[in-house]
Design a protein around this ligand. Structure first.
Ligand SMILES: [Zn+2]
Length: 240
């Protein structure tokens, strides 16, 4: 579970509305300010900010070790920002991991008034994001203000806690979740792809255009599942 905070670009601009800002007007480009992360199932939250000289190498190690990373819009935001930091730090690309982007899960499956985490999390009955004072908080942190940093840390960590709540709630809706079945050694029991439970019941059959499969359902997380092999050979009489 991962969430990062970044600094805004700093720059020079002549006017407020409809500006096209040239690269020559950039004073300081965006950079990673801090991150919060935790392993699924672990209680330990890790938080680091840019005052720590290892803050990029530590998150690199976590990303490099992960099978999958859960984030909210991380595919186009968090992971790309981090990749830039890795490149600039002359680190190799991290090992392959799967992205579990809960924003994509929201967009693909549901129609909420807004897909922003601060909206969807409250709609789903969670605490919501920590309210912050907006840009001034970022500016104060960039200036090294200690109390601002306490607020930022709280905000960043709360986002990761929310992420975990949302992950639990959205679990059966996540398509292409890393398959828990592959993490269970020599076990003949049927394993839920999304949560690893073997509490799986038969749930009718699923028919594609020409094949028939056994259908299952996970009784722990509710993920609809399907066997991999055909129930019986497609009869000659089935045309396509
Ligand atoms: Zn399950």
């Amino acid at each position: 579970m991962l969430d990062i905070e970044t600094t805004p670009h700093e720059g020079y601009f002549w006017d407020l509305f409809n500006q096209n800002i040239a690269i020559s007007q950039i004073k300081e480009p965006t950079t990673t300010l801090c991150w919060a992360a935790k392993w699924l199932g672990s209680k330990k939250m890790v938080f680091r900010d840019w005052s720590d000289k290892d803050f990029i190498s530590l998150i690199y190690t976590m990303v490099d070790t992960a099978d999958a990373i859960v984030h909210y819009n991380g595919k186009s935001f968090d992971m790309k920002h981090l990749n830039r930091e890795f490149l600039l730090a002359k680190l190799d690309p991290p090992s392959q991991y799967m992205n579990i982007d809960l924003l994509s899960t929201m967009r693909k499956n549901f129609k909420f008034a807004s897909n922003k985490l601060e909206w969807t999390s409250i709609q789903m009955g969670y605490e919501g994001k920590v309210q912050n004072r907006g840009m001034q908080l970022w500016l104060d942190c960039m200036a090294g203000d200690k109390s601002a940093w306490r607020e930022m840390k709280k905000y960043n960590i709360q986002d990761v806690r929310l992420l975990e709540d949302m992950y639990d709630a959205l679990l059966p809706w996540i398509k292409n979740h890393p398959n828990w079945g592959l993490y269970v050694d020599k076990d003949k029991n049927r394993v839920c792809t999304n949560c690893g439970s073997t509490n799986v019941k038969l749930n009718g059959v699923e028919r594609t255009k020409v094949r028939t499969y056994q259908r299952y359902k996970c009784l722990r997380c509710g993920t609809p599942l399907r066997g991999r092999t055909q129930l019986h050979k497609t009869p000659e009489g089935v045309l396509t």
